[in-house]
Design a binder for this molecule. Structure first.
Ligand SMILES: Cc1ncc(COP(=O)(O)O)c(C=O)c1O
Length: 352
């Protein structure tokens, strides 16, 4: 996080424009930030986003929660790639959604299964995907597959929620244009965030969608919190105007690529041969399967006693009651030597 800059600028912003920073603002967001995001979406993600097609949210989590709220009634079907981010699954559950998991392949969602499930469930309200560097697996859907995904949702006339906070954090290759960039029918609702590229505590995310959906989301936001606080939005605009955000993101990508490499090397060195794992192309996480029948929700206790934490696999599943031998490891937060040591400690427990 660019701490020095943000610390300095927070006070200056307040001093420069205290009314705009502290008074109620526009529900859809601070106009200069809306402009900045629209421009960036065009330049980096090839997404054309009209002025009425963007809503700033209190983190993308709020966008996901409100999207389910406006679309889902108790018992409605939502298809989600599985495994997927627990925060989204819980947001959809809280709106009353009946979740159905679409299995993942090494290249993202299994599209044959998606097509089959949409045929079997024509009542589906939307399909959820984390198209780039999925949380928890670190896997991305390649460009050709994104086009095929879009054809499927078009064929079934169903909305897709594309959750893409790791889009710019892909460290193996260029940005893959999001599914939203192909969306000529307004069927893709795109969720972005500054949490992973600047700072999660700013709580600034956004939704880019058809104007009719943004209008409903904006009404939902009015009932939730009226507006995203202006000060963090101003700080982001200020940061981008006075710094090279691309440079900062390059720094993050290099750092995460290196740490991911350290984690993979340590896994290969210390974990038993039967353990399988993903090889992330970006993001913050990788996914392991111990393949030994051990419930990782039990194994976590032993790990914590050795002061190593991970997230047990069940948390990312539709049916959380099924025991899982999978787990999610994070490589962004700790220094490289601690990552290697943590993996070594887990390895000694697994080998013991
Ligand atoms: C896939 C995914 N979506 C959404 C979020 C929530 O992000 P935000 O901090 O913007 O609310 C996260 C956070 O980890 C995430 O991994």
């Amino acid at each position: 996080m660019p701490l020095c800059f943000l610390r300095r600028r927070c006070g200056r912003r307040l001093a420069a424009d205290p009314v705009a920073a502290l008074q109620y603002g526009k529900t859809n967001g601070y106009p200069p930030l809306i402009g900045l995001i629209r421009q960036r979406l065009k330049e980096k993600q090839h997404i054309t986003c009209g002025e009425n097609e963007l809503l700033i949210t209190t983190g993308s989590q709020q966008g996901l929660e409100m999207f389910a709220k406006i679309l889902v009634n108790e018992g409605d079907t939502v298809l989600v790639e599985e495994p997927a981010f627990i925060g989204s699954l819980n947001a959809f559950r809280s709106a009353g959604a009946e979740l159905i998991g679409v299995p993942m392949t090494a290249e993202g969602m299994d599209l044959e299964a998606l097509d089959r499930l949409l045929t079997a469930h024509p009542e589906t309200r939307f399909v959820y995907t984390i198209s780039t560097s999925n949380n928890p697996t670190g896997i991305s859907m390649p460009a050709e597959k994104r086009a095929a995904f879009y054809e499927i949702i078009k064929k079934h006339r169903v909305l897709a929620a594309e959750d893409d906070p790791y889009c710019e954090l892909r460290f193996c290759g260029e940005i893959i244009p999001p599914i939203k960039s192909m969306d000529t029918c307004g069927q893709v609702v795109y969720f972005g965030s500054f949490s992973k590229i600047l700072a999660p505590g700013l709580r600034v995310g956004y939704v880019c969608a058809d104007a009719s959906i943004i209008k409903q989301l904006s009404m939902a936001k009015q009932t939730a919190d009226l507006q995203t606080p202006a000060l963090p939005q101003m700080m982001i605009v200020n940061y981008v105007r006075n710094n090279d955000l691309d440079d900062h993101i390059r720094l993050l990508r290099d750092c995460y690529a290196r740490k991911c490499g350290v984690m993979l090397e340590a896994i290969n060195r210390y974990f038993p041969a039967g353990v399988t794992h993903t090889v992330p192309d970006g993001g913050l996480f990788l996914w392991c399967d111990l393949n030994n029948g051990v419930d990782t929700n039990e194994f976590i206790r032993a790990a914590l006693s050795r002061q190593v934490a991970f997230v047990p696999g069940y948390a990312f599943m539709v049916d959380q009651s099924v025991k899982q031998s999978s787990l999610r490891l994070n490589f962004s937060a700790l220094p490289a030597e601690k990552i290697a040591e943590g993996v070594q400690r887990l390895g000694s427990l697994l080998n013991g």
